[in-house]
Design a protein around this ligand. Structure first.
Ligand SMILES: Nc1ncnc2c1ncn2[C@@H]1O[C@H](COP(=O)(O)OP(=O)(O)OP(=O)(O)O)[C@@H](O)[C@H]1O
Length: 218
């Protein structure tokens, strides 16, 4: 489903991605790990069509990103590291707002069902009153409005309570299985990666993660 071939990306003189390649199939959950600054967010932005590589080729369902990036955008869901929702609107008002920007049309009932699936039932609460975990859940629910085939999550569980973290993990597993969604997700928590991911991709040269993974996956 996804092919990434020899992608390079630099910011000025700083090489962030060097000849990076990977492939992935529908329904897989892939953990992307690497040290701070290894290029995980950079790769996710490229995969989400929000940034372009300096060189290399990417394909989704056999179609090159270069030619089909607009079409790909409609089937990709992306949750950035920083939470991007309206603090002064309620949960359901945020869902309705982002629904208007989405190519897929969902009824209010469907939007509420999506929130309930992710165990966020405070539909009429202002975002400013939500916990960090609930905000992460809302951000994730927004990314699912367009029924993405391919979901990219940049540290979706960073800095949140254990209950929300477990609920998000369980939701993602069920969602990937029921919808055949490819999920690529970054985290610094190796226990979470081990519980959630079918496979791990290491980014960067650091052998630390290779050794750590070998230890965890024994
Ligand atoms: N727009 C940009 N302009 C210049 N440098 C950038 C830009 N975006 C990222 N970088 C640099 O590129 C490197 C890789 O950043 P990136 O955010 O992709 O790493 P990361 O693996 O996601 O890190 P972290 O685990 O800390 O989130 C870092 O050194 C960062 O400072």
């Amino acid at each position: 489903m996804l092919e990434v071939n020899s992608v390079n990306k630099s910011y000025g003189k700083r090489h962030v991605l060097t000849d990076f390649s990977m492939s992935a199939e529908q329904g897989e959950i892939i953990g992307l790990v690497g040290e701070n600054g290894a290029g995980k967010s950079t790769l996710l932005k490229i995969l989400a069509t929000l940034s372009k590589p300096d060189s290399g080729e990417l394909y989704l369902n056999g179609k090159p990103y270069k030619k089909y990036f607009k079409a790909h955008r409609t089937v990709i869901g992306y949750v950035p590291q920083d939470i991007a929702i309206w603090e002064d609107l309620t949960v359901i008002e945020n869902m309705k707002f982002f629904q208007k920007l989405s190519p897929a049309k969902k009824s209010v009932h469907e939007l509420k069902t999506l929130l309930n699936d992710i165990q966020l039932d405070r539909h009429d609460t202002k975002v400013s009153k939500l916990s960090g975990g609930m905000k992460r859940k809302l951000n994730l629910a927004i990314s699912l409005i367009n029924n993405p085939e391919f979901l990219l999550l940049d540290e979706p569980t960073a800095g949140i309570d254990l209950k929300s973290r477990i609920e998000i993990g369980e939701f993602l597993k069920t969602h990937a299985k029921n919808n055949d969604t490819l999920i690529i997700y970054t985290s610094h928590d190796m226990n979470e990666i081990k519980d959630l991911c079918d496979r791990v991709v290491i980014i960067g040269k650091d052998s630390f993660y290779k050794d750590l993974l070998a230890e965890y996956i024994k």
